[in-house]
Design a protein around this ligand. Sequence first.
Ligand code: PLP
Length: 347
Amino acid sequence: MDWLLTPGPVRLHPKALEALARPQLHHRTEPARALFLRARTLLKEAFGTQGEVLILTGSGTLAMEALVKNLFAPGERVLVPVYGKFSERFYEIALEAGLDVHRLDFPYGRVPGPEDVARKGYRGLLLVHSETSTGALADLPALARAFKAENPEGLVGADMVTSLLLKEVALEAFGVDAAASGSQKGLMCPPGLGFVALAPRALAALRPRGYYLDLSRELRAQREGESAWTPAINLVGAVAAVLEEVLPRLEAHLELKAWQNELLYGVGEALGLRPVPEVRSPAVAAFYLPEGVAYGAVKEAFARRKAVIAGGQGPLKGRIFRLSLMGHYDRYEALGVAALFREAFSD
Ligand code: PLP
């Protein structure tokens, strides 16, 4: 078998595969409406919100763009700390949306601290919870608290693309008003769905923009189990099936994912590799390449063992490599991957 060790898409959950094998449903029928409503209820539980979760057909980036464009009007001041490829993407989306964007740069691998975002005069703060490009985890509750102490009317938007089902998330408890995620990471489903979670404060602040991206129209449709346009209903079935399986044992699942990622870090550190992030996300393990070793050679050593890994992005391209067990792997399979990792470096 092949070991898909990339930080998304990931190895699929068997419940997702089973759901995808079911006959096609037409989305304007009662069974499809019931499925859509069930998926939305499960997603609300996963995001930890009393608000709403909208299911969009597209990838995580679509969800990020929908979040930014429906929460902020052109010209509004937003603060965007940039500490990796995906926080850079939030910055680019905010610029393109015509916002007055203030960028704060951090070295890749670090995350902003509360003191960095405690600045007055902003309508919004955009953060990435788990920066997949560096493996770093931001402390969302502390950051949201510090920002809102200075901007009580401000809204916090978060990318939870690789924290949903990998790390505890809870919108209102974190002080996060809106979040974006996707199907192909912690949910262990194929790519193709983006999710926008809106806490009650964000719902009250919606300023619809765009056509396909108009979340008010989606909200009206999705409250009835419909979607404005043809949804990827097969993927909705896969997401519902995985959430039904994982949510009742979420604590054990998060513990397993954290253990697996630390197992990878343990192997890497024993091999003398230097981890990239200061604070580690459980979604991915990122290491600097040893002196004089090219990424291509590491990738090849894994490929000889039928394993697919990922390299660096942006300024970290050619400087790091990344491994992830966020897909469907049990404890024993993770131990197999750990052994394979050791072997790849003994070549
Ligand atoms: N945000 C984070 C943290 C990600 O890891 C990714 C994908 O790797 C994205 C956003 C973008 O998601 P997509 O590739 O589904 O558009």
